[in-house]
Ligand binder design. Structure first.
Ligand SMILES: *Cc1c(COP(=O)(O)O)cnc(C)c1O
Length: 450
């Protein structure tokens, strides 16, 4: 194993092992109990009940060992049960589990914020504060933007996903399952076209500038730029299907914001923390956001999220205006400190790029053999394929579910995504050993073969 192959020191064997049907009898039993105890509104991609996980594998109650191409939705980027994260959380649990930072503070919270201020894009003076979930981070970013600008309108984009609270589900584009039946939605949220290269009517070459011009025109006409507090955008749309906005789109929107006193909020909840081959996806096009929201990969699975922004924006809110009982919980802060050390010492941004360089050519070759793969895209370890009716751009969500099912049955945990439900997305832990990554790709090829 190479030094870029950190699975060598794993606690559990880094292997795919399928010993029962998936889900197996024990998982099916647990699923029965769950259906009687948990409402069906809470879904699971693959109802195998997990008993253990490590590095790039997840082990279920029947003893199956699945290759993990999901990382709990881009969360366990430093590996399932990362030893440094586990040790720091345990040590902290023995000292104190909670004081509430708003009651009596502790150093680890401050250190996490110092780290965020240092590593997020831009070398301006910043401030950060901590909350529990990505939705809570986005919601706070909007609160601060409205306060700081004295404006109300918020601009979001097609295919965007920002969470499930009242405000963030309003910011989210897709009705089913995120919004359907849950209205009325929050006011003063406006949606604009996104530069989606694969689906742009005049072709991918024109997509960036045309989509930006449309968005700018509509903002001016429908809202009035001086009424807009903030634009909220994911630098790569996550739940929307790993859409990389066409080149030039994000810089044009950022420039428009700068010219009009609109705050540019980058929702890096899914793209952050080395996932795309940079610490933050905004760096791919040199974007410096006014506010960045982070969560998911920040703390190796402990619930933590953050809002980081320009000091002069963040400092306007009155004392006591921001916070929450659990925000920046000490166990989660210790985990976040461990995660950043793992990313920096393990060179995980480089590792993410290497994962992309392994996956993209193999998936492109697969697309050459299967005309149902309309697009292969992504950056670093955030890679997707979009499935269509052969030879068209018509989405094929049924085939997508079928391929995911075949992968699951063979012991590969993959996720779906996309506005049309026709995207298979791959988010392996950045520490996945090379042999498991290759085997996961073998499984995807087999799934397409039948
Ligand atoms: C997951 C996600 C959120 C919501 O985060 P939660 O922790 O589930 O509330 C917000 N924005 C993006 C881009 C996400 O991927």
């Amino acid at each position: 194993m190479t030094s870029q192959d950190p699975g060598g020191a794993s606690r559990l064997p880094q292997e795919r092992r399928v010993v029962t049907e998936i889900p197996g009898p024990r998982s099916r039993e647990l699923q029965e109990r769950r259906l009687a105890a948990v409402p069906p509104g809470v879904g699971s991609v693959l109802p195998v009940y997990v008993t253990d996980a490590d590095g790039g594998v997840v082990v279920d109650a029947d003893g199956n060992s699945l290759i993990d191409f999901g990382s709990g939705i881009a969360v366990t980027s430093v590996g399932n049960a990362n030893p440094r994260v586990a040790a720091r959380v345990k040590a902290q649990a023995d000292r104190f589990t909670h004081t509430c930072f708003m009651v009596a503070p502790y150093e680890s919270y401050v250190r996490v914020c110092e780290n965020l201020n240092r590593i997020t894009p831009g070398d301006h003076e910043k401030r950060s504060f901590l909350v529990n979930s990505g939705a809570e981070a986005v919601e706070n970013a909007v609160k601060i933007a409205r306060y700081a600008t004295g404006r109300q309108a918020v601009v979001v984009f097609d295919h965007g996903y920002h969470g499930r609270t009242l405000l963030t589900m309003t910011l989210t584009a897709k009705s089913m399952p995120y919004k359907h039946g849950f209205g009325p939605y929050a006011p003063e949220v406006y949606r604009m076209p996104l530069a989606y290269p694969f689906r742009w009517p005049t072709g991918p070459e024109n997509c960036g500038p045309e989509a930006a011009a449309m968005a700018v025109d509509q903002i001016g006409k429908q809202i009035g730029a001086t009424n807009v507090a903030a634009v909220v955008i994911e630098p790569i749309q996550g739940e929307g299907g790993f859409i990389e906005p066409a080149p030039g789109f994000l810089p044009a929107i950022a420039e428009f914001c700068r010219e009009n006193g609109i705050l540019f909020i980058a929702d890096e909840v899914q793209t952050g923390f080395a996932r795309t081959g940079h610490l933050f996806a905004c760096e791919h096009e040199g974007i410096v956001p006014d506010i960045v929201t982070t969560a998911k990969g920040i703390a190796g699975g402990m619930p933590l999220a953050a809002v980081t922004g320009r000091a002069e924006i963040m400092d306007v809110v009155h004392g006591g205006g921001l916070g929450g009982t659990y925000g920046g919980n000490p166990l989660a802060c210790e985990a976040a400190l461990a995660v950043l050390e793992e990313i920096e010492e393990g060179k995980l941004t480089e590792r993410a790029r290497a994962i992309g360089e392994t996956m993209l050519p193999r998936l492109r070759a697969l697309a050459g053999r299967h005309r149902s793969i309309g697009d292969v895209r992504g950056r670093g370890a955030m890679i997707a394929i979009e499935l269509v009716k052969e030879g068209t751009t018509e989405p094929d969500p049924m085939l997508t579910l079928e391929i995911a099912r075949r992968c699951h049955a063979r012991g590969l945990l993959v996720l779906t995504a996309g506005t049309y439900g026709n995207v298979l997305r791959f988010l392996p832990p950045l520490v996945i050993p090379d042999h498991l990554l290759a085997e996961g790709l073998d499984v995807i090829e087999e799934a397409f073969a039948g």
